[in-house]
Ligand binder design. Sequence first.
Ligand SMILES: CC(=O)N[C@H]1[C@@H](OP(=O)(O)OP(=O)(O)OC[C@H]2O[C@@H](n3ccc(=O)[nH]c3=O)[C@H](O)[C@@H]2O)O[C@H](CO)[C@@H](O)[C@@H]1O
Ligand SMILES: C=C(OP(=O)(O)O)C(=O)O
Length: 423
Amino acid sequence: MDSIVVQGGGPLSGTIPISGAKNTCLKLMCAALLTDEPVTLTNVPRLSDITTLAHLLETLGVEVALLQDGRVMVLSAREITNRKADYDIVRKLRASFNVLGPLLAREHDAVVSLPGGCAIGARKVDLHLKALETLGATVELREGYVHASAPGGLKGAEIDFPFVSVGATENALTAAVLAQGTTVIRNAAQEPDTADLALCLTQMGAKIDGIGTSTLTIEGVDRLHGCTHEVIADRIETGTFMMAPLIAGGEVTLKGARRDLMNRFCETIEAAGAEIDAVDGGLTVRRSNGPLTAVDVRTEPYPGFPTDLQAQLMAAMCTARGTSRLEETIFENRFMHAPELIRMGARIDVHGGTAEVTGVERLRGAPVMATDLRASVSLILAGLAAEGETRVSRVYHLDRGYEQLVRKLEGVGARIERVAEDG
Ligand SMILES: CC(=O)N[C@H]1[C@@H](OP(=O)(O)OP(=O)(O)OC[C@H]2O[C@@H](n3ccc(=O)[nH]c3=O)[C@H](O)[C@@H]2O)O[C@H](CO)[C@@H](O)[C@@H]1O
Ligand SMILES: C=C(OP(=O)(O)O)C(=O)O
């Protein structure tokens, strides 16, 4: 198993290309199950999560072809040959549970293992199942699998989510597009990933109103067709790399980054001392003079501050002036980076869903380990300006969601390398 070793150093400078969004691409891939015509995705990020989901889709009968060095993916679900998504693959990533809606909509029958994904909370799927039941499916849980069927097809209905769930909104949406009649989804996720999925579905012939808002109205159609769709820029990767010059100093340009996908995040880091400029085809980020200033944050569904950037902000707050209060409201176990940052000299107090971070002059490198994707990257960010060496193990988490992380950071002058665990 590899580790990533970072030597704390000086200012960063240069350009980092931003990849297509993991969480968008995964849901677009699931949507390809809805049609017997090819769906072509461009700007596909090269990540292990993408490979894992492609493999799952292949087990269902989808032909997956990669072109242009993996940047373009053509998915052809001409015939679904298997309606069972196996535990061995589904346990590896949360997004694979999103084959359920499309399988049920097209085949009227599906068996999908309960999912895995980052261990950041209980992550139930009750809202997904309730929504599909509202659309007329019969759902049973047996031996770790969801058995769902709707012999006469799904029927449009009103779905009122009690709170926002990205995955449940997307499963309901991809089921409703082929249901008979009208579906209204209230309290729907407004995340750019969900909106991009809805846009792709409309290109496939779906009828959806209210894209990007909290109420989606879907008029079911008999069939969908193929399309070509470009995956939007990864706002979480963008936010992660924005933190690098804020922590280590310098100025970095993020090519392909879009501020309109992450306004709240940008406003927050500007309040902390970031300067962000729009440049041709991207964003430039630098720290104003002096250390960052502590800011308080509460994670919320979009358009609020994203939970997927909370760990990275915490890394920056470790050396900010003052005390920052970070409240995590989405997941109940998403401070696993805190004890590791403390090992690097950070002052962090966690009480339930709130972490208080009091800035220190400097962190010190240490061997650290994280148990989820964003926690892992926060330790790399912290290492960029820490005194000495930081060794982050269990990097397979990073491979799930960051394409060429080492190369991208090296390209702006970070002293970072990937080594075999015993190397
Ligand atoms: C692959 C993917 O797109 N992952 C993202 C997605 O995860 P995911 O879709 O799993 O996140 P949700 O929005 O569904 O989860 C929000 C909250 O609702 C709870 N919940 C969810 C569904 C359900 O049926 N019952 C229930 O109780 C979850 O445990 C969590 O506490 O959105 C999260 C919130 O922006 C992001 O952090 C993840 O990166
Ligand atoms: C939590 C994440 O992924 P997943 O939902 O696949 O666990 C993430 O991308 O930060």
